[in-house]
Design a protein around this ligand. Structure first.
Ligand SMILES: Nc1ncnc2c1ncn2[C@@H]1O[C@H](COP(=O)(O)OP(=O)(O)OP(=O)(O)O)[C@@H](O)[C@H]1O
Ligand SMILES: [Mg+2]
Length: 452
């Protein structure tokens, strides 16, 4: 009787033969795992520092790491990712900026240089993928800053680097479901953002990473674990590099970005969270006397244009902050956002600072559709920023200013700006001051905006 094998059609016989050959090839190939070397670009062995080892070795399913600038976050993650890849896992590393992804990717390629050279692993440089061919065992590095940019992938270990800049929906809407099937692990790494770094954030709540860290601190099950280290915990990096980093930092930024401490509010700020909270209302007034869109133009495309709308109410003559349209974008984009705010709220005027660009703001606004109809008041920031902001803060204290709903990013700026520390005032805050000053109201500060 014929064996089952000879009964197989030729094509299937061929397929079976090829499969056996592939399996055999894998068995005789030198094991790539033994060829992995944790070395720096000079070929010197690199071992995780104490704080890096702590999170690498932890068995927690959710690791939340708060660490200082240049503290070894990305390098630590590359060591961790390659170690997990060696164990056969599918690792997905994400960061909101290309620079961070590149830094991670260079480390990974360095650690896997030998197996890559021997063709024991497959690499796709464009897509930032290294994998054991024919399996799902892989490392992928990807730029992702929100739910949409994270979609369409899979992982057993999902890493969010610079999580403070990522939109929190990336985890809730895509990351968590991605790991649900196989009970995968997630790591969130962040540096508490100071005022100068938070403007690049895609987060809805600028404090979302700090909130996650707090939750991990309260966890009693061992599933979530918080880790903390400062920039000083790394083996001595060059002193010059560290000085470069801290040169123009305020004391507050130093505590946030170097010591990696979550600061809820700055001690010398004009506003406190409590003050803003007490002045919060939920209902939008309908009887405004006048409404102004305050605009603080950005220095470049990476910084935000502050766009804040406030109005003076007829019945109580108080100021209500009603909307925040601030964004980072091209002049055309922010100018369109200003016109949109002007139209939606039926504003009386746009108040914009002319300091840097002369007539730049007006010409930018006039250049976009609808820009010809708006009334523009130009103001000059001739007086110190603190002097202009103080009367606005005083209005909150005197129960003369309210927020209609929450403005997380604006409020974050308000409670973190310390005028006496020589900090540049942030853009949303400036736009708030322009708009509040322009609509006037009781007490000092009214009518400071002047017609151009
Ligand atoms: N365990 C280690 N041993 C020796 N050098 C290290 C180690 N970890 C990190 N470094 C070095 O420290 C520097 C900073 O590391 P890394 O880029 O990982 O920090 P980071 O916290 O991600 O920085 P950033 O805040 O800029 O994103 C790098 O030059 C890296 O080579
Ligand atoms: Mg990094």
């Amino acid at each position: 009787m014929n064996s089952a094998r000879t009964l197989l059609p030729n094509s299937l016989q061929e397929q079976a033969y090829r499969l056996r050959w592939e399996r055999l090839k894998r068995q005789i190939a030198p094991d790539w795992i033994d060829q992995v070397r944790f070395v720096d670009p000079d070929g010197v062995g690199i071992t995780p520092h104490v704080k890096q080892s702590r999170f690498i070795d932890s068995p927690a399913k959710r690791k939340i790491i708060r660490a200082g600038r240049r503290g070894g976050k990305t390098t630590g993650m590359a060591i961790y990712a390659v170690s997990e890849f060696k164990r056969g896992l599918r690792v997905l590393y994400t960061a909101p900026t290309q620079d961070q992804v590149d830094a991670f990717w260079e480390w990974v390629k360095l650690f896997l240089a030998q197996p890559l050279k021997n063709n024991a692993l497959y690499k796709n440089e464009t897509r930032h993928i290294i994998e054991v061919e024919g399996t799902k065992n892989r490392i992928r590095a990807k730029t992702a800053w929100d739910a949409d940019s994270l979609r369409g992938d899979y992982a057993d270990l999902l890493i969010f680097d610079e999580y403070q800049l990522t939109n929190e929906e990336a985890w809730g809407r895509v990351g968590a479901p991605m790991l649900a099937d196989n009970d995968g692990d997630a790591v969130f790494i962040y540096t508490p953002p100071s005022l100068h770094s938070r403007s690049r954030s895609k987060a809805r709540d600028p404090r979302h990473a700090a909130t996650l860290f707090k939750k991990a601190q309260q966890d009693k099950t061992g599933r979530c674990e918080p880790f903390h280290f400062s920039s000083h915990d790394i083996p001595p990096i060059s002193v010059i590099a560290r000085e470069d980093l801290t040169d123009d930092m305020t004391a507050l930024a130093y505590e946030q970005e170097i010591l990696a401490l979550d600061k809820d509010e700055a001690p010398g700020a004009l506003w406190t969270r409590d003050l803003i909270e007490r002045q919060r209302v939920r209902e939008m007034p309908t009887d405004f006397i006048r409404i102004a869109v305050g605009v603080d133009p950005p220095g470049g495309v990476k910084t935000e244009c502050g766009i804040i709308v406030s109005g003076l109410r007829r019945s109580d003559r108080k100021v209500y902050v009603i909307a925040d349209y601030s964004l980072a974008g091209t002049p055309g984009e922010w100018a369109s956002a200003v016109i949109k705010a002007y139209d939606i709220h039926k504003a009386n005027y746009v108040v914009a600072e002319t300091n840097f660009g002369g007539k730049m703001v007006e010409s930018t606004l006039r250049a976009v559709p609808g820009g010809n109809r708006v009334t523009i008041k130009e103001v000059h920031a001739s007086r110190g920023k603190a002097i202009r902001a103080e009367p606005c803060a005083a209005k909150y204290e005197k129960n003369q200013a309210h927020h209609v709903g929450k403005f997380l990013h604006l409020e974050d700026e308000m409670v973190n700006w310390e005028p006496n520390q020589g900090m540049l005032s942030p853009n949303r805050l400036d736009a708030l001051v322009w708009s509040m000053t322009a609509v006037g109201g009781r007490g000092k500060g009214a009518g400071n905006a002047r017609r151009a």
